[in-house]
Ligand binder design. Structure first.
Ligand SMILES: O=C1C[C@@](O)(C(=O)O)C[C@@H](O)[C@@H]1O
Length: 253
């Protein structure tokens, strides 16, 4: 079974991830102190918010203190690029070199890799990074985001399956619904890919208020993990983590 640190994905109980969006080391450490007491399983370090993210040395120093500070929770390391709704640009070269230096340290349990780097020009480096992660027991969460619209059903399914073919342990897709029918499209794609690959965890969500049902009831359709907000959310529609936990306890068996 796939796990992010101690959090097993796909065991029937939806896992909760809380993002950290601090800009300074002090902000991030304060978030660690706060989040370690919250009812969540995974902490996502959104390094694109960090003021010194351009320096891999600074990232490594930060990770060394973050890992013990979050207690017994899994650590997911994410640089969300500007194109996919993140805070900061990075060259493809720097993106993979950064991941290649972080993976062997043992400070992270999982890394996020944006699926759209799997194009002909960058596939080779991506394949190497995925292999390095697997060698070091680091879970690969491959992701794709559309902050403006919801792709068509076949497109969502194609992306989720494509991520698996590119070596993802977990395929993740987030998009913005414009209508209730878009929300159904996300849930339907989740259900169909999950029934095709019952043993492989998926993470899907529709963002914004319309999509809240996918963040709270997604497990019915095959979603394994949902993102909840602590003090500050990292994407629209994230539900405050205590409220989220209470709903999940009712929805999950
Ligand atoms: O990919 C995701 C999902 C997310 O975008 C959300 O909609 O909850 C939040 C991000 O921090 C995370 O990396």
């Amino acid at each position: 079974m796939v796990s992010i640190g101690p959090a097993l994905l796909g065991d029937g109980v939806t896992k909760i991830a809380v993002p950290m969006v601090g800009k300074t080391t002090a902000d991030i450490l304060a978030e660690c102190e706060y989040i370690r007491e919250l009812p969540c399983d995974v902490v996502e370090l959104r390094i694109d918010f960090y003021e010194s993210a351009e320096s891999v040395t600074s990232i490594l120093e930060l990770l060394k203190i973050v890992k013990p500070a979050i207690g017994n929770k899994g650590l997911l390391f994410t640089w969300r690029t500007k194109q996919e709704g993140g805070e900061r640009e990075i060259s493809v070269e720097d993106y993979f070199n950064m991941l290649d230096q972080i993976i062997p340290t043992g400070f992270v349990d999982a890394i996020d890799i944006e699926y759209f780097f799997d194009d002909t020009e960058h596939r080779e480096h991506m394949t190497k990074t995925v292999a390095l992660a697997h060698k070091h027991g680091v879970t690969v969460v491959m992701s794709n985001h559309d902050f403006h619209k919801t792709p068509a059903l076949d497109d969502i399914k194609g992306r989720l399956v494509g991520m698996k073919q590119a070596g993802a342990d977990v395929a993740k897709l987030a998009c913005m619904p414009q209508s209730p029918s878009d929300v159904l499209t996300v849930l339907q794609a989740t259900e169909q890919v999950k029934s095709q690959y019952p043993d492989e965890p998926l993470i899907t969500m529709a963002m914004g208020q319309l999509g809240v049902v996918t963040r709270t009831c997604g497990s019915v359709f095959g979603n394994a993990l949902t993102f909840g907000a602590a003090k500050q959310s990292s994407a629209p529609g994230q539900v405050e983590v205590h409220k989220l936990k209470a709903i999940l306890e009712t929805v999950d068996k």
